[in-house]
Design a binder for this molecule. Structure first.
Ligand code: PMP
Length: 427
């Protein structure tokens, strides 16, 4: 450190190679990715600019594109009833509640939304947070501590992993869908820990499959663990009235300790929530940092989510159509010899490609042909698990599904039979 001329106190040269952002390893990796994209001439499939509202169709670079990358599963984003609710809320309350609910930010629309979410899940109470990601991080981070045990399915969402890390609890990931491994993990570890949490997704956003809820409930009872189900992709997707995996599988919702969901997918808004018994929700309202120390939901956002819940339950044809589209997609993909992995054909269907460069090139070729599908590839998934991720909505037509699958088959055979590619994967 050099003494500063002005103050005589020690000062540091502006930035060393350790603290310069453009010298961080993360930045080097970013530069390599950009170079690969420049050399290969293949643009990144991420951050594509959509020029308007993106549902079953979208506009990219001035072209109308059939879109399979929207979580607007029920086509409620922009629905007149949802939009009007949001506009009215802005008129009544403005665009922000300008404070945490605890201190000046509480509005009736928050209370109404919490009540609607509790009713939707069939639980005593619910509480909404400003982000789905923050809900998992903050709630898991606050409810569990270093004396505790968290057992999750290997492919649960990043927000669950981050919450588990924050909690300091012992973390065990079980192979995807492996109930025997889960049972073993509980049997071998439960006794040494104060509390145990088993966490799964209601419909997996990566694979499009669902867990066996009744079996999980048996296990969590046997080992006195909490069961948490993240319904980000299953609320408004599974169940005849969109109430998620409990409705789909005929399970009593009060047998699950912690229901988590997002407002950002079927419910056409943004935010997350927890639904459960009253003491749980009371504790969360009182102690979860992401609730206590964060602003209340923006009025138009809360009103939109609430309206979406109501409309979803009035217009159940949307759920039926989504289901039909999922089944059609799965059946038609399989009939064409495509590998749909574990998907049960409910809104989320991967097409397994098994090679990262192929998945990226396919995404680009399909875009050229008028279809937007985002790939998942190494290191996001294992190299042999590289895939195109299709998200279906109630607004897709059977023709659009047929057309995209035809295009996938043609382009896949071209890349597989074309000249070999330099692998983008270095290890
Ligand atoms: N949980 C799961 C399973 C998710 O897929 C996501 C986001 N895709 C989240 C939580 C986070 O939700 P949000 O995007 O609403 O913050």
């Amino acid at each position: 450190a050099h003494p500063s001329r002005a103050t005589g106190r020690p000062s540091f040269p502006s930035h060393s190679s350790e603290t310069r952002f453009d010298r961080l390893p993360e930045y080097e990796i970013l530069k390599i990715k950009r170079a690969v994209s420049d050399i290969s001439g293949i643009a990144t499939p991420f951050y594509r600019l959509h020029e308007g509202r993106a549902g079953a169709t979208t506009s990219i670079a001035g072209r109308t594109i059939v879109n399979f990358s929207s979580y607007d599963y029920l086509g409620l984003n922009g629905h007149e009833g949802v939009a009007n609710a949001a506009k009215t809320a802005i008129q009544d309350f403005g665009t922000s509640v300008s404070g945490s609910r605890l201190s000046g930010g509480e509005r009736q629309i928050h209370r109404d939304l919490d009540a609607a979410l509790a009713k939707l899940h069939g639980t005593e109470d619910a509480v909404a947070f400003v982000s789905g990601h923050a809900t998992n991080v903050s709630v898991i981070g606050a409810l569990l501590g270093p004396e505790d045990l968290i057992i999750g399915d290997a492919v649960v969402h990043n927000s669950i992993m981050e919450g588990a890390r924050l909690s300091g609890a012992k973390r065990i990931l079980c192979p995807h869908g492996d109930l025997e491994a889960l049972e073993r993990a509980l049997r071998l570890n439960r006794a040494r820990h104060r509390r145990a949490l088993v966490v799964v997704e209601g419909l997996y956003g990566m694979d499009g499959d669902a867990p066996n809820l009744a079996a999980l409930i048996k296990l969590k009872r046997r080992y006195d663990a909490w069961l948490m189900v993240d319904e980000a992709h299953s609320i408004g997707v599974l169940g005849a009235t969109g109430r998620g995996i409990a409705e789909e599988q005929g399970v009593d919702p009060t047998d699950v300790d912690i229901w988590m969901g997002t407002l950002s997918k079927s419910l056409a808004a943004m935010g997350g929530y927890i639904a459960g018994c009253r003491p749980l929700i009371d504790i969360l309202r009182d102690t979860t940092p992401g609730f206590v120390f964060s602003v209340g939901l923006s009025p138009p956002v809360a009103a939109a989510a609430h309206a979406a819940i109501d409309i979803m339950q009035q217009e159940t044809w949307r759920l039926a159509k989504l289901r039909e589209n999922g089944r059609t997609f799965l059946r038609s993909a399989k009939a064409r010899g495509l590998d749909t992995g574990l998907s049960i054909g409910a809104a989320v269907v991967p097409i397994m490609i098994g090679n990262s460069p192929h998945a990226v090139i396919l995404s680009e070729r399909l875009l050229e042909r008028g279809f937007n599908i985002v790939p998942a590839f190494f290191p996001g998934v294992a190299e042999n698990q590289a895939r195109l991720r299709f998200f279906l909505t109630s607004q897709h037509t059977a023709q659009q599904i047929d057309d995209v699958l035809d295009a996938v088959v043609e382009e896949l055979s071209k890349v597989r039979n074309g000249p070999p590619l330099v692998s983008l994967v270095t290890k």
